[in-house]
Design a protein around this ligand. Structure first.
Ligand code: GDP
Length: 424
């Protein structure tokens, strides 16, 4: 296996971080290819518990080179803070183990500000943005009105470009939202401070990845968020503003010609979702509280309680197809141990008609889940390390999902720690 992508099959927070952390020992390079600091991966290892937002999860493994590709939203300030945080816990970040694409666009303070201004304008109809500036950032990128990281290396050019963009951006800030204009000197100071820290890390990541591949190195592409949040294939308009699907990994990394030999899709044993939008299998009240507590479902970035419910086969099968997953990892199976019966959403009922196909987004709010119930196992499985040692009911649950999804579960995770996993 030379090139592999690890991607989320559902709405994000499937436990991709823990899978990447586990698998990085087989890879030489780990690449983040989209998104910004708007979501978080939680990784627990011998160095402690980490909430990573922008840094690739390979940062903990000595010898692994981590890459932030051109597809990411490069928030210099948050990246620098994150680098300092992990360094304080004994994980060094140097130009040896982190490379930042010169073609990555910079997420500037005005993107965060615009995010907040627009959510405030939408008021009751807000999208549930994490207010990290991601949507305004990608809108600007598509308008070609961003600054590339590599421009930090050419100060005269940078100054002129910032001046032009600022004039344009201030028209929106002041004219559309009635907000104060951004000051040129403040912005240049910000760029000098945080850009200055990051300059040694900036390079042509495409050239690096091509030569790594040429030397037979193994490359792992790490997604942020799941298929159902993909800009093109997700639950529009409640998606993120980039493409977390595996097919985008080569494009967003600087190595558009790279072929993916394997795509590992991460699926959670139940459903969870952060933010707004239709969420067919949502539980409320006591049922939801119990599952949320059992799974500790609170946002890694925001601390917000996540929406939770039973696994949704209809959405998950769609996610598996979007990702073209060749293998699956099931996480958090241990969380279901308290349930006597485990509901599985096998179909949707939409305006009286049943379907097992994931519908066009506009129909989603009408969809009602149709459940089947599988027997629970009612015992602690977090100490199990071999498939044959799992209770029969747990094996049946996994086998049922596998059959319904049509792709094998190669990994079954029964706890957050690195070794709490069953390999099949
Ligand atoms: P990611 O963004 O996809 O990496 O997911 P998050 O980090 O937001 O959420 C995964 C959470 O579940 C983290 O707190 C992990 O430590 C935890 N976790 C991952 N796998 C397991 C598991 O198998 N069992 C339990 N109990 N927790 C897990």
């Amino acid at each position: 296996m030379s090139n592999c992508a690890i991607v989320g099959i559902n709405w994000g927070d499937e436990g991709k971080g823990r899978m990447v952390d586990l698998l990085t020992e087989r890879f030489d390079v780990v690449v983040r290819y989209q998104g910004g600091g708007n979501a978080g991966h939680t990784v627990i290892n011998e160095k402690g518990k980490f909430a990573l937002h922008l840094l690739p999860s390979g940062i903990f493994r000595p010898g692994v080179v981590n890459v932030l590709g051109n597809g990411v939203a490069l928030d210099l300030e948050n990246l620098w803070k994150e680098m300092e945080e992990v360094a304080e816990k004994g994980v060094p970040v140097t130009p040896e183990n982190l490379r930042v694409s010169d073609r990555a666009s910079l997420l500037l303070p005005w993107h965060r500000e615009l995010d907040g201004l627009e959510e405030a304008r939408l008021a009751g109809n807000k999208f549930g943005s994490t207010l990290q500036g991601i949507a305004p950032f990608y809108s600007d990128k598509f308008q070609k009105k961003t600054i590339l990281a590599g421009e930090l290396l050419y100060p005269k050019h940078l100054e002129e470009h910032v001046r032009n963009l600022l004039e344009w951006k201030n028209l929106t800030l002041t004219g559309v939202y009635g907000a104060p204009a951004v000051d040129f000197t403040d912005l240049m100071d910000w760029l000098e401070e945080f850009g200055g820290h990051l300059k040694p890390y900036i390079c042509d990541t495409g050239a690096f990845l091509r030569s790594a591949a040429g030397e037979g190195k193994h490359i792992l592409f790490e997604a942020q968020l799941g298929a159902l949040r993909d800009l093109d294939y997700g639950i529009h308009p409640y998606t993120t503003s980039s493409n977390p699907i595996a097919a985008y990994a080569p494009v967003g990394s600087g190595f558009p010609g790279a072929a993916l030999d394997e795509v590992v899709g991460v699926v959670k044993a139940y459903s969870s979702c952060v933010g707004e939008g239709p969420f067919t299998c949502e539980w409320f009240g006591e049922e939801a509280d119990m599952l949320r507590e059992a799974g500790n479902e609170y946002g890694a970035k925001t601390g917000r309680p996540r929406r939770v419910g039973p696994i949704d086969i209809v959405a998950t099968r769609y996610g598996v197809r979007c990702q073209n997953a060749t293998a699956l990892a099931l996480t958090k199976l241990d969380v279901l141990s308290y349930m006597e019966q485990i509901p599985v959403c096998v179909r949707y009922s939409i305006n009286g008609a049943e379907t097992d196909e994931f519908p066009f987004p506009a129909l989603l709010p009408e969809a009602k889940p149709v459940y089947e119930y599988l027997p629970g196992w009612s015992c602690d499985i977090s100490g199990v390390r071999r498939w044959e040692d799992l209770p029969e009911a747990a094996r049946n649950y996994v086998a049922y999902l596998e059959k319904a999804l049509g792709v094998p579960f190669r990994y079954v995770s029964v706890g957050p720690e690195r070794d709490e996993i069953i390999l099949r």
